[in-house]
Design a protein around this ligand. Structure first.
Ligand SMILES: CNc1ncnc2c1ncn2[C@@H]1O[C@H](COP(=O)(O)O)[C@@H](O)[C@H]1O
Ligand SMILES: [Zn+2]
Length: 370
């Protein structure tokens, strides 16, 4: 019998592979590497844990500021805590076998949640100790996608190669070359490039040549933009490329310290936004679900796609994010269907769009019966 979730039809366009690792996969990885002494509390941020996380590790001066209601002083440190979590997960995922298991588990979990089309993104990593190369890293993810397809998992998966801003311009350029090679050799499974990583590190101008090159060779661009308040200049610059989609865009609009000029650029190109509610609330760039910028863009009728970002780290899944959006912003079942349906036009796989539209129409009567 079909479970209610299998009857859903969802589109996931913003999911970082290592941020999407579930509790059960973490347990398997921990069993493979007991010497690391990693517990699950170190790889995920559970509900209500947001404060514990940031209070556990911040200096007294920062806590005082917090009590006086000055959030900004704590901001950078809290974000960095998020990025510490990825370092722990990377320690657990450092061989080709790990990557294969993680990618297959993540794909199956998205499918079980009702996701019919998934764009995964991940930063190729070289691990000296295990002999994993960046090329093998990407090949292994592609292998996982192919194996899931052969096993009949009901989901289409495409891959974006990610550039971590922490690694600088030179590595970014190498990553673009790698992505281009794979775009040409995988028959369309690698569709684009992502710019991500700790937004407080580096400046987007350094990545312009690499991003331009990616765009020129036919890779689609999804860029994390204005994820923190201090990035308006960077966003002005990167929006001129222009990107094909924007990750987060939390601080683009004037009400939160962005500008009308940024909003105008996004609207001029009709650039879709990938919006991740729980990620932003737990990462403390947004103070509560009701304050999320989803409403700003949704009310404007701008293409906005609900995504998970890191379902493992933030203990969520895509159907839950839709439910949260529905309960917070009073969306009907039909509104949710329309949201997920419109996401089809925002994918980087135009060859699949017709087939997905067809699927949505067929499944419409059974959708969102949670
Ligand atoms: C919370 N918001 C976020 N903002 C920016 N970058 C993020 C992110 N969440 C994840 N990443 C990026 O994805 C990597 C983990 O997956 P992969 O090892 O690439 O599969 C992180 O190291 C970071 O570079
Ligand atoms: Zn992200």
């Amino acid at each position: 019998m079909m479970s209610s979730k299998e009857a859903l039809s969802l589109m996931e366009l913003h999911a970082h592979l290592n941020g999407s690792v579930s509790f059960s996969t973490i347990e398997k990885l921990v069993a493979r590497k007991p010497h690391l002494n990693i517990e699950h509390g170190m790889t995920a941020i559970r509900s209500g844990q947001r404060r514990t996380l940031d209070e556990a590790d911040i200096p007294i001066i920062c806590q005082r500021k917090r009590r006086r209601g000055q959030r900004a002083g704590c901001f950078v440190r809290t974000r960095r805590r998020c990025f510490q979590v990825f370092k722990v997960i990377h320690q657990l995922v450092d061989t080709e076998e790990d990557i294969l298991m993680v990618a297959k588990d993540v794909i199956r979990e998205f499918a079980a949640d009702g996701v019919k089309y998934l764009e995964l993104r991940s930063t190729p990593r070289k691990e000296k100790t295990t002999g994993m190369t960046k090329r093998r890293y990407v090949e292994t993810v592609i292998e996982a996608i192919r194996q899931c397809k052969n096993e009949g998992v009901d989901i289409e998966v495409r891959f974006l190669v990610a550039v971590d801003r922490r690694n600088g311009a030179e590595v970014a350029m190498e990553t673009v070359k790698l992505a281009e090679d794979f775009m040409l050799s995988t028959g369309g499974l690698v569709v684009g490039l992502d710019l991500s990583g700790d937004p407080t590190v580096g400046h987007g101008r350094d990545f312009l040549p690499a991003l331009q090159k990616a765009k020129n060779c036919g890779l689609k661009l999804s860029l994390h933009l204005s994820e923190v308040p201090s990035q308006a200049d960077e966003s002005e610059l990167l929006l001129n490329i222009p990107p094909d989609r924007i990750g987060h865009g939390t601080f683009l609009h004037p009400e939160v310290g962005g500008s009308q000029s940024l909003v105008d650029k996004v609207r001029k190109h009709n650039t879709p936004l990938e919006l991740c509610l729980t990620s932003n609330v737990k990462g403390q760039t947004v103070s509560s679900y009701s304050q999320h910028h989803f409403l700003y863009w949704y009310q404007m009728g701008h293409p906005s796609v609900i995504c998970t970002d890191d379902k493992g780290v933030f203990c969520t899944d895509l159907s839950q994010e839709y439910q949260l959006a529905a309960s917070t912003f009073n969306l009907s079942q039909e509104d949710m269907w329309t949201l997920s349906h419109k996401a089809i036009d925002c994918t980087f796989a135009p060859d699949l769009q017709q087939q997905l539209h067809q699927k949505w129409l067929e499944l419409q009567p059974t959708l969102f019966q949670l």
